[in-house]
Design a protein around this ligand. Sequence first.
Ligand SMILES: C[S@@+](CC[C@H](N)C(=O)[O-])C[C@H]1O[C@@H](n2cnc3c(N)ncnc32)[C@H](O)[C@@H]1O
Length: 430
Amino acid sequence: MHWEHFNPVYSCDKVNHDLLCYSPWFGHRNFAYDYIMNIKPSCVVELGVHYGASFFAFLQAIEDGNLPIELHGIDVWANIVGDCDTASDYNVDIHEAFLETLEGYNKKSAVVLHRKIFDDALSDFADNSIDLLHIDGTHSYEAVLHDYETWLCKLKPDGVILFHDTSETSYDSPYVGSKSSTHAWQEIKVKNDYTLEFDHSYGLGILCLSSVVYEKLKFVELGRYQRTSNRLCMQGFDRLRQNHFKIKDDNTHINFLKEQIDIKKSEIRKYQETIESKDSYVKDLENQASRIKTDYEKTIFGKDEIVAQLQEENSRIKVNYEKTIFGKDEIIALLQEENGRIKTNYEKTIYGKDAFIAQLQEEASNIKTDCEKIIFGKDASIVQLQGEIENFERMVLRNTCKDEGLRNRVKDLENQLENVLKRKKKRFFS
Ligand SMILES: C[S@@+](CC[C@H](N)C(=O)[O-])C[C@H]1O[C@@H](n2cnc3c(N)ncnc32)[C@H](O)[C@@H]1O
């Protein structure tokens, strides 16, 4: 039989390159791919899927060859089965990562997943139904033998079983010291006629239950897979070496950055201290400001009260003033009216008096004239009378007062004269 060697590109690597390329199963991917492409089994079952390094190698071939193959993956995807090799891996959600990688495949219809204990999945399969079984669960001696013995009946008579972690030299597992998968494989190998194995990538035991597949495989140059694996391993090693030095450089840079961070942190601490002291100063100022504000408000409110009081007083004064002003205006009007009246009366009186005075003056002047006339007349009469008196006196004297009656008569005349003079004087000066 012609065995074709392929050079596959694994879609899964685009999603999860590091985990799948550095997987312990990595070195067997090309053989698994070529096996599917060349043997074309109908039913492939894997016990132990994990991130899917082996699972996606099978699936890649099924997809690339568009082969009518059922691919079953059985795994609890949890740390509940006491598998020392993978226990700590389940701190992250490997099942989720596996499903995410599976999303990159078109041939998902070929896949059947059984998230359960291997023993519980036994009933999902009929006896003599599996073409290829890959046993890669717990790697203790007992677990491998248990899986082998319980699943053997599910294989077709010409079925094939792959066992991972069978290498004596490269095996480095927590089970070393006790019996491991390697010991289980050694036992299985000696009890069966048709076995092959790879030593690289922790070893892969191939148990053909009949000569059918074995006859095809025994002419395949298996060493070529080891060489390819070695080459890929060296490429991986180169990548790791480059990464190692890059990481070293990065670490140096990181340490430099850490030092810078420490310096910056100490600067930040100083800034923080400054900020804190400034904050406290600002707080003091704020308190001071709030105190000033309170005082100011009190003062302002106090002033406002005083202003209000003053305004009230002012308005009272204004009212009083207006009242007073209006009152005064009224009084002034009254006074002005009275004044007008007085003035009128005064003028009347003055004019009346002036007229009266003029009248009196005229009258006085008339009287004076009359008086003067009378006076002059009287004076003339008096002079005349004095002359007569003198004549009488001389007669008296000459006749020695011959007659008393005459003397009386003289007396009367004198009185009359005096009265006339008095009256005239009085009228003249009043
Ligand atoms: C070594 S890993 C599988 C590696 C995988 N084949 C690969 O190519 O990377 C083993 C896986 O088997 C699972 N496992 C171990 N014992 C199991 C059991 N009895 N039932 C179900 N899953 C089991 C673990 O949870 C783990 O995910």
